[in-house]
Design a protein around this ligand. Structure first.
Ligand code: SAH
Ligand code: MG
Length: 211
């Protein structure tokens, strides 16, 4: 099995919220970008247990880039007790809070991706305010509350370079299929005229920065 196939296989089996077809699309678009622009600086908002980081990390490793995988690791609203996506095994018995960091770290270590995928632990907006690097690729898959998604959009998208990729997950046109916050920031990106929609797979949208 090739190294890339090994990583994509690990990604498929990793715990998280990334359907295979969308994960493979994530890999494909990142890989194509990395072939055009090697040694890229990439960032994902919303790491959880490292599933999407393996798909993107496979492309980063193959093209000499680095993926920053950002999360405060305490889960979103919908991951908390009583909500749809709650997993009691991820609760830290010491303080009763969700903590996905140990699982994320194990996922990246098992995949031997520790020099291509770097963890950033903290609140998205706080990190963004102190992060000056330009991004060749930005993947937004963080909190789905409207204010959280808007903050991710406002604080990270200006850092994407011309020709860089903006990927947004969980974009649902029909409110019956899912929350509307990712769809709203997707529309904001198009309405800004800074981004063009170039591809989609399931709820994943792929945009390119054009101005
Ligand atoms: N990409 C992951 C899924 C991410 S789930 C996968 O492939 O499985 C969304 C994540 O966003 C959660 O882990 C949550 O902790 C994180 N998150 C939500 N709001 C955040 C914020 N303001 N700052 C940092 N991370 C946040
Ligand atoms: Mg998602």
């Amino acid at each position: 099995m090739s190294r890339v196939d090994e990583l994509l296989d690990l990604a498929e089996r990793a715990q998280g919220f990334m359907p295979r077809d969308e994960g493979l699309a994530l890999y494909r678009h990142a890989r194509a970008l990395g072939e055009r622009v090697p040694k890229g600086t990439w960032l994902e908002v919303g790491a959880w247990c490292g599933k999407s980081a393996l798909y993107l990390g496979a492309a980063a490793e193959a093209t000499g880039g680095v993926l920053y995988s950002l999360d405060h690791h305490h889960g979103s609203e919908e991951n908390q007790a009583g909500w749809e996506h709650f997993d009691p095994t991820l609760v830290d018995p010491l303080d009763g809070r969700l903590n996905t960091l140990p699982t994320w770290q194990r996922t990246i270590a098992t995949a031997k991706l520790e020099t291509s995928v770097i963890g950033l632990i903290g609140d998205s907006s706080v990190v963004a305010a102190h992060f000056a690097q330009a991004l060749d690729l930005l993947f937004i898959d963080g909190g789905h509350a409207l204010d959280v998604a808007r903050a991710d959009y406002a604080s990270w998208t200006p850092k994407v370079v011309l020709g860089g990729l903006l990927l947004i997950h969980d974009v649902f046109v029909d409110p019956n299929d899912g929350g509307q916050a990712p769809y709203e920031i997707y529309r904001a990106a198009l309405e800004s005229a800074r981004y063009l929609d170039v591809a989609s797979e399931g709820s994943l949208r792929v945009l390119v920065r054009v101005r």
